[in-house]
Design a protein around this ligand. Sequence first.
Ligand code: BDR
Ligand code: CA
Length: 316
Amino acid sequence: MLRLLIDTDPGIDDALALFLAIASPEVQIEGITTVSGNVSISMTTHNALALLELAGATQTTVASGSARPLIRQAVFADHVHGENGIGGVQLPAPQQEPLHNKAVETIIQTILQAPGEITLVALGPLTNLALAVRCEPKIAEMVREVVIMGGAFQVPGNVTPAAEFNIYADPHAAHIVMHAGWPLRLVSLDVTNHTLMDQEQFARLAANNHPVTRSMQAMATSYIEGMGKKRGVSGIAMHDPLCLAAAIQPELITWRNAYVDIELNGTYTQGQTITYFDQDPARPTTNQPNVLASINVDKERFIALYMDTIAAYYRS
Ligand code: BDR
Ligand code: CA
């Protein structure tokens, strides 16, 4: 079993990723920690609980985390994900309470209790991860792997021309995380921009009338009709689901060793992922690689994996 601890800010694509994690037979979810990002911490926490309730995964613990970035003011993405973070979709009220303000402790304890076993998947700003590794640096050598949705290496950002949302939202946390010395994979916009799912694909999933697939369709529709139309794309970019899938099957993506640093101060470039690929004569550096950077994705294989896993698990 692959033991995942998921840090997240649901978020429409976070929701689509959580549904994948729940449905994946090889995955054991060790817990979910929430962070302020797409919407406020109270809303991301509420959404995480409500999504678990809808999917019948109420045995999973949710611990809430940081209410704001380390230094900068919070920036939200409710213009993309809707005021409630999940495209205005109404979910059943959660019966479970979260562990309030216990995200950092949960990350530390979960990793310390299972040395070499836990894969930490980060689908939002990196505030909780930064606080955890600062409080207990030992987790850097005890975690199996950290797989992050974030960054833009060779393509423009999606918040500014320079920066991707999860890094932009808390660049100082991202800086700590990049330099913490743990094994990192970064699933960036370079690959997630290529994994779009369209309305027809969500309609096919929802044809079984299951509450989860119907809510997925409603969330995706809200995203595509809103942000998609504004940006001239006819699908939803599966940022977080691809990251989750890459934690399970890294071979979906081609990786390259790279030294990645975070721009903290630029007037226009705050949150940029400055990337030096290993052995690249065009970008020489003496710094050692600190991440595996995503370069290409097998889009067809990922979408097939996503559709098949969801369809097999959520049946009416
Ligand atoms: C990332 O930003 C968020 O809005 C999404 O949930 C995803 O994690 C993509 O840049
Ligand atoms: Ca997210």
